[in-house]
Ligand binder design. Sequence first.
Ligand SMILES: [Fe+2]
Length: 250
Amino acid sequence: MNTSRRLSFSGRQVTAEVFANARDLRLDGPSIVLNAGVTDVLAGECPRKPIHPLCSTLLTGTRVDGADLLVVLRTPSGSASRPADIVTEPGWRLLGDILGGATDVTGGRPFDPKTPLWRNSQDTVGRIAFDPAHLLGEAAAPGTPEPFDVKVNLWFAPAGTDCFIHKRHDFIEVHTQILGTGRMQKFREQDHSTLYEDVVMSPGWTTPQPFCGIGPDGGFHYPWHQYHADTDCVWLAVEYHRTTTPGDSS
Ligand SMILES: [Fe+2]
């Protein structure tokens, strides 16, 4: 018997639940299924193919064999969804208001607090252990696993929004598109003219690799990057937070 927990930000436009240790899970309606764990998830019909860790797909009327940590997102209004309406639901705040005066968030040009970028509350969906060097493709074989808390939250931005070029995070992040189409972008500098990669995002899609590597200090080092909304967009941030500092074995 599978049990799920409804996430704190689950609402009318986007419902969200998490399954831990799911087995033979039936998904009746269209569902964005995110493998938030670190082992492959087998899903769909024969020939069955894995949903790799930190990847997602859009499943309808099929099943998932087993998953350590699975986030399931649905958009009950389907094609009638109006993404901009989501910010009228409880819990949504403009990021500029959340930050208050603390707009120097990345050590470079400050965040413009009037940017129409909205966020809902963050929910911790589980704790998993993995070797970040292996997860990030920097080690061929997994080494000693470290514990990470997995935190998720929704974002909204209207069409045409540049959500801010930044590069400082103390966690591993990926993003899952839910409504609308956008792109995750990489830049050489904190300057739009230095764009060098676009990862196009459509519903059900997760950026296929975290953008970060591991620096000499053991921290996560990102290129300058941002989310750009081509249409009104809702997406999920998925963050893996260390529960201990690098080199701390206690
Ligand atoms: Fe980021």
